[in-house]
Write a protein that binds this ligand. Sequence first.
Ligand SMILES: Cc1cc2nc3c(=O)[nH]c(=O)nc-3n(C[C@H](O)[C@H](O)[C@H](O)COP(=O)(O)O)c2cc1C
Length: 254
Amino acid sequence: MNNEIISLLKNRKSTRAFLDKEIDFTIKEEILNATLRAPTAGNMMMYSIIEIDNIETKNKLVKTCDNQPFIAKSPWVLVFVADYQRWFNLFKYYNCDKIDTNKRLSLPKESDFIMAINDTMIAAQTTVIAAEALGIGSCYIGDIIENYEIHKEMFNLPKYTFPITMLCLGYPTEGQKNRKMLPRYDKKHIVFNEKYKEHTLEDFEDMYSSDYYKNINYMDGATNFAEHMYIKKYASSFSEEMRRSVKVALKNWE
Ligand SMILES: Cc1cc2nc3c(=O)[nH]c(=O)nc-3n(C[C@H](O)[C@H](O)[C@H](O)COP(=O)(O)O)c2cc1C
């Protein structure tokens, strides 16, 4: 099948090295206008996007997001904030508490947070694709969920908001363009028919049987891919900080 959008999706890869070239205002506007057309639960757009221009803020984000220097080199940094505050404030302004039989406005809870996260991630991925279509690469920064207290102050975030992801965008360097694409797991390991199926040890062995996994330089102390990923990701200090930070933030939604 020859389809421009499908081929764009199949060939996209993350960009972590950017040309020293600004993105024109009109191009940014085009990408953001496409982003705002993303599907959104109940057409409520439970997200906000914060553009970061200030180099000092970018430098600070390098540190608060697990020391990733390329953040400061990105010409366009966008923080995607899950946002129920806007709706909650609207309900307050219009005294919606009078509708509630308890005469008090019920507070946003965990499920509202999850709906806002859905909206926010869909908007972020729409930005990724719109940018890609215009030759602009991007990389997510999941570490923005760390250091909740610091980011809350940096971005002046109210209670019912949470910075769920960040995007660093920019024109890719030649090196980035030529970088090999990372493999994905075979469809049979990810897409199931009717019911979920837990992986057996044999399934995992099949999943990691390709040369790519055999040629990885394992982390110190690891003798196989599972141990490598456990040390590198799951038991890392950044994962620990994510767990701490999100736990603090979740208290707002209890
Ligand atoms: C939610 C999320 C968080 C991510 N966080 C980071 C990050 O903090 N730093 C980074 O360099 N890449 C980050 N990435 C990019 C992934 O590492 C990348 O998508 C993955 O390795 C696959 O590579 P590819 O996008 O080039 O195919 C993140 C991606 C997602 C979807």
